[in-house]
Design a protein around this ligand. Structure first.
Ligand code: 6R9
Length: 638
């Protein structure tokens, strides 16, 4: 498919496409979907149900997404670079695969999966470093119709076990170890611990990366490189139904347990493809780099599927922005001639805090477009990115979307639509955002603020939460029947550009990663010293939001000040073990009580104010059971 198909090039074309997508969505998406490789075309473009959340796209169509990512490009782009891999250590070897080579690698991995008994519909969990085999393995699952569920390789063994069990995965793919900056982490060992609690898993396929010795469980564990020796480099793609599951990706919500967001084959494909092409305005010779890990949705849609569907060259980076020094991103851009760069505000803020020379000593001449994702980008970070990275020549696009939306929903199209610092901008074709009052009334007109919801399904809309449709229905379609509820608050400015304010539910966004306050509280409460806890977010210079935990200890656990550091350290250890380092509280305050109403509800509003340092303006506390506890909490603030 040429990159020019259904490609918007001017603002007038955007307005026209937007109008057509709203007036006649079925015609619009049928046109967009036309040039893909279909084994069979659809019977109906859309069956919408925004009350129960049963939305279906391209019903009756048959396809395989990897034929669209790979096979379709072989005739015209066989020798074009598909995947460029930059290792953690800049002195070690890069890896580059053309479309033809990537196709072979995916087929070979697919055969290894087949030889190990993986069947269409089986769930395969991946807990792997950012190495080419992760990208290849994801596509190999899709090739044979297995459902991939990638677990970010920073989660703990308990978190892995929860996800593997929820998905009832039969096979886990992992590696001996991983590099993260100066550290090496024994990934296989973490998986081994997890699998002690996962009876559904019968096979573990281990990719050699660090060359570390690992324990291989007889009858369960096999090495990928040994299995690959007998595996052919061709593998016919399994024919999938449009609505067959493509992947599950776990994400946190306001309740305790992360949910498995489900995306299906055809709608996700069309959405990832269309949004990638139009948001990033990618051209044939671009070198595109998305810094997200494949363990998050951004890595799925905009490192892997979106770029490959478009026949683009996508760069995958194993390392971190600060290793071996804080110039690494810029070094990689110069080294590979990156033209389109997509990263997160937290990375920008952490680099902004280092000497400017780290960025000024690189040319960055190749860059043409800059993107941001994951959390609101503050104006200071936006200007730094625009000025020092983009040299005031590259549009900065702020892309708002979610795991559940599959792809970008609100964003400027690079160089096509207006940008405004800290504003995501306008909706993509097919997306109808509305602002609602708390009661669910649509707020008309501009210069307004409200709860952000979406009217009408788009092709990438979440289909269900794995194994529990009611949960999806309640979370996303229940709060305001007829709308998809995002959980975010937003403002529409005087020109109709959207600015995302942040979550309106009990979700904290730490460095672009979502955690439910209840999820972190559950983890803290596992600690033997703890009776009860309450977690809130507070503004953090680098992470966007930090995690502030108020904790009540068991009597006798920390009676003296000398006990406190030990108890706090043990609470941190518990969170790391239950969820992973990424959910570590930044501040822990040990308290004797929490501000509760007479009905026993924790007044988080008060805790948020304390965490934010707004203690002079705490508001009404008269409805509390024990107002004195508020003074204690204010005085003990960290
Ligand atoms: C893609 C991704 C989704 C939540 C979302 C919102 C926040 C993402 C944003 C943004 C402001 C942006 N978010 N992009 N907020 N501006 N450009 O990040 O998915 O991990 O599911 O997080 O992230 O709060 O609701 P996910």
């Amino acid at each position: 498919m040429p990159l020019s198909h259904s490609r918007i090039r001017t603002f007038e074309e955007y307005q026209d496409a937007y109008q057509r997508s709203i007036d006649n969505p079925e015609q619009f998406w049928a046109d967009v979907a036309e040039p893909f490789t279909w084994r069979r075309k659809w019977n109906t473009v859309l069956k919408a149900d925004m009350v129960n959340g049963h939305n279906e796209w391209f019903g009756g169509a048959k396809l395989n997404i990897t034929e669209n990512c790979l096979d379709r490009h072989l005739a015209t782009r066989g020798n074009k670079l598909a995947l460029i891999w930059e290792p953690n250590d800049p002195k070690t070897r890069q890896i580059r695969y053309t479309y033809r080579e990537l196709h072979q690698q995916v087929c070979q991995f697919a055969n290894v999966l087949l030889n190990n008994g993986v069947e269409k519909g089986d769930r395969v969990c991946l807990y792997m470093p950012m190495i080419p085999q992760l990208a290849i393995a994801v596509l190999a699952c899709a090739r044979i119709g297995a459902v991939h569920s990638v677990i970010f390789a920073g989660f703990s063994s308990t978190a892995i076990a929860d996800r593997v069990n929820d998905a009832q995965a039969t096979v886990v793919l992992t590696s001996d170890g991983l590099n993260r900056g100066p550290k090496q982490i024994p990934v296989k060992r973490v998986v081994d611990e997890a699998l002690e609690h996962c009876p559904s898993v019968r096979r573990v396929i281990v990719v050699e990366h660090l060359g570390w010795p690992v324990h291989m469980q007889e009858g369960r564990d096999v090495w990928y490189h040994q299995e690959a020796e007998e595996a052919a480099k061709t593998c016919p793609a399994e024919e999938m139904d449009a609505e067959d599951l493509l992947f599950i990706l776990y994400t946190s919500g306001s309740t305790g347990k992360p949910k498995g967001v489900v995306h299906t084959t055809a709608g996700y494909m069309v959405w990832a493809d269309y949004t990638f092409r139009n948001v990033f305005q990618v051209e044939e010779n671009d070198i595109y780099w998305c810094t997200a890990d494949i363990g998050w949705v951004t890595g799925h849609s905009y490192l892997l599927y979106g770029p490959l569907l478009n026949g683009a060259s996508t760069l995958m980076f194993e390392g971190v922005p600060t290793y071996p020094d804080a110039g690494r991103f810029w070094e990689v851009i110069d080294k590979h001639g990156v033209t389109v760069f997509y990263t997160a505000p937290t990375a920008i803020r952490s680099l902004m805090a280092t000497p400017l020379d780290n960025v000024l000593s690189y040319s960055l001449d190749s860059l043409r477009i800059l993107g941001s994702v994951g959390e609101p980008i503050n104006e200071e970070a936006w200007y730094w990115y625009y000025t020092h990275v983009g040299k005031e020549r590259c549009p900065v696009i702020d892309t708002w979307w979610q795991t559940e939306t599959g792809g970008v929903m609100i964003s400027a199209l690079a160089g096509v639509s207006p940008t405004k610092p800290a504003h995501a901008g306008q909706p993509l074709p097919g997306v109808q955002p509305v602002l609602l009052t708390q009661e669910g009334q649509e707020i008309e007109g501009n210069d307004q603020e409200g709860y952000l919801a979406i009217k009408q399904p788009w092709p990438g809309i979440i289909r269900t939460t794995y194994g529990d449709h009611d949960r999806a229905k309640q979370t996303y379609f229940g709060p305001y029947p007829g709308y998809y509820f995002t959980g975010d608050g937003a403002r529409r400015d005087e020109n109709g550009l959207y600015r995302i304010i942040g979550r309106v539910d009990d979700v904290i966004n730490v460095s672009g990663h979502r955690f439910g306050t209840a999820e972190i509280e559950n983890a803290i409460n596992q600690n033997a010293n703890v009776v009860e806890s309450a977690v809130v977010g507070y503004p953090h210079d680098v992470k966007g939001q930090g995690i502030y935990a108020f904790v009540i200890c068991r009597a006798g656990a920390c009676d003296s000040d000398a006990d406190k550091p030990h108890v706090e350290a043990s609470i941190i250890e518990t969170v790391v073990a239950e969820i992973g380092k990424i959910a570590k509280p930044d501040k822990i305050q040990l308290v004797s009580g929490l501000p509760k109403t007479r009905s026993g509800k924790i007044m988080r509003r008060i805790l948020r104010k304390v965490a934010e340092g707004e203690t002079s303006n705490i508001g009404d506390v008269t409805t509390l059971l024990d107002p004195a506890v508020v003074d204690e909490i204010i005085n003990g603030r960290k």
